[in-house]
Write a protein that binds this ligand. Structure first.
Ligand code: ADP
Ligand code: ASP
Ligand code: MG
Length: 459
């Protein structure tokens, strides 16, 4: 069971978490728990690390440290009164370590990817001991442990590390073998590299931690407990009529999360898929709802289109004026972008015009710009530009490609809403994505949601 930030965000939420675990434990289940940091904590730590890393005078992180101390200790007192002394000491030691690290960053005026990862993993170091103590408070044996000590070994890509297969036997040994006697609480979001440096798994990466641990202990099921009833037809914050999808395939869910459905981290499904472990998405605040099951079954639903999602933080990159008679320029462009660490979300090429359009995430513009400037300096292209005022809209459904006229229907509904499409890419058999202006993003989602009546129950 993985519990997200809102699910461990305050006293009431943690008491609900403990209830859910107890109920399942009483039914005889063996459970490993993975937790996120309390809501907003990771954001706060990142903001502070960046402020301090950029500062050219002496700044003190003490205000953040005191805010974190107050929030965590008051929650601890409420959920685990019998363990306050022991766990307070634990939390204080960790806060002191975090403060020292931030002070070191300030002294050095340098925040490296490695030190950043170590620092931003602290949110989970503070939440896990509280949840573990809350379990002990109600008589369940529990210990808390870091992702690294739980056995998660990763490559060295700081900020978005990938778990290595060698993690699994280690997790089985360190966590799986303890489940008869304990409900371990594992800090989500981080593991460590072969050199032992802390690595984080990408923002929202605790879902991925949950799946890695699930795969490592050979779980019968992985449950992602969050703050909505399940995976929905679109983001309910954008379209309140969004409906819970009962079941969806791994492939469809991977496309959905890759293209913006924040409810599961896009890489979290891989370990589950490899081991064929069903993943349930359920609501901590409404545990009687069955939620969504994500599994191998690609045809549990008669619907052609199952969901629509939106990425607002995207930019269109227009590259043109290819050097005449030089083959392989597209290859050079992609190689340069890959070497710069730029993740290309969508591609469209018009060869007669000798141009390429790409879509990337906004914060990769500086890296992409540098890479493309190099290509331009070599005389391979004449022009490149970024349009940051765009959104990616992505439509997912395993039934789409086998149904003639699907694209026509999607684009006709956009046309009727007066929405101009800037670029289209049919990424896979279960997904079509396109780019519209920022002003049209949510309207485009609404148009498709309405066209396919995704707010209506199945018959
Ligand atoms: P957690 O802290 O539990 O990991 P997140 O905030 O990361 O929770 O993810 C849950 C949120 O994802 C929901 O509150 C919802 O607003 C958002 N979301 C976006 N797209 C979808 C979708 N298709 N289905 C469900 N939730 C979605
Ligand atoms: N705390 C981390 C984040 O905010 C990981 C997670 O919550 O999944 O990105
Ligand atoms: Mg999340």
């Amino acid at each position: 069971m993985k519990f997200g930030g809102t699910s461990v965000g305050n006293t009431d939420a943690i008491l609900k978490v403990v209830d859910i675990i107890k109920k399942s434990h009483d039914e005889g289940n063996e459970i490993a728990v993975v937790v996120s940091a309390m809501t907003k904590v990771t954001d706060q730590i990142i903001a502070e690390a960046e402020r301090i890393g950029k500062a050219n005078e002496k700044v003190s992180p003490s205000e953040l440290i005191e805010t974190l101390r107050e929030r965590h200790l008051s929650t601890l007192k409420a959920v685990a009164p019998d363990f306050v002394d022991e766990v307070t000491e634990h939390i204080n030691v960790r806060l002191e370590r975090l403060e020292n690290m931030l002070t070191a960053v300030n002294n050095l005026r340098e925040l490296t990817p490695r030190s950043r990862d170590y620092i931003i993993s602290f949110g989970e170091k503070l939440s896990a001991p509280i949840v573990s103590a809350a379990l002990r408070q109600i008589g369940i044996n529990s210990f808390q442990v870091s992702g690294c000590d739980a056995g998660i070994l990763t490559d060295g890509v700081h900020g978005s590390a990938t778990a290595l297969p060698a993690s699994y036997p280690r997790i089985a040994e360190r966590i799986g073998s303890k489940l008869k006697d304990y409900v371990p609480v594992i800090q989500g979001f981080a593991g460590c590299s072969l050199e032992g440096a802390v690595t984080t798994l990408g923002r929202s990466g605790s879902d991925y931690s949950g799946a890695i641990i699930g795969a490592g202990i050979d779980a019968d099921e992985i449950i992602i407990w969050t703050d909505v009833d399940g995976v929905m037809t679109t983001d309910p914050r954008m379209i309140p009529e969004a409906r819970v999808i009962d079941s969806i395939s791994f492939i469809e869910m991977m496309e959905m999360s890759y293209f913006g459905a924040k409810v599961i981290h896009s890489r979290a499904l891989l370990p589950a898929m490899e081991k064929n472990i069903p993943v349930y998405v359920r609501n901590t605040f409404n545990p009687s709802h069955p939620g969504t099951v994500v599994n191998r079954d690609t045809h549990a639903d008669k619907r052609i289109v199952k969901s629509v999602s939106l990425i607002k933080t995207s930019s269109l990159v227009i590259i043109s004026g290819f050097a005449a008679g030089r083959p392989g320029i597209a290859g050079e462009i992609f190689t340069a972008l890959a070497q710069a660490g730029v993740n290309v979300m969508l591609i469209s090429q018009g060869s007669s015009e000798l141009n390429i359009s790409l879509v990337i995430i906004d914060d990769q513009i500086p890296a992409a710009s540098k890479a493309l400037e190099g290509i331009k300096q070599k005389g391979l292209i004449r022009y490149y530009a970024f349009d940051t005022d765009v959104n990616i809209v992505s439509v997912v459904g395993a039934g789409m490609m086998g149904t003639p006229g699907t694209l026509g229907r999607i684009f006709k509904s956009l046309g009727s809403a007066g929405i101009n499409v800037l670029m289209i890419s049919q990424g896979s058999e279960v997904n079509v994505s396109f780019v519209v202006s920022e002003a049209n993003g949510p309207r485009a989602v609404r148009a498709i949601h309405d066209e396919y009546q995704l707010d209506k129950e199945d018959d």
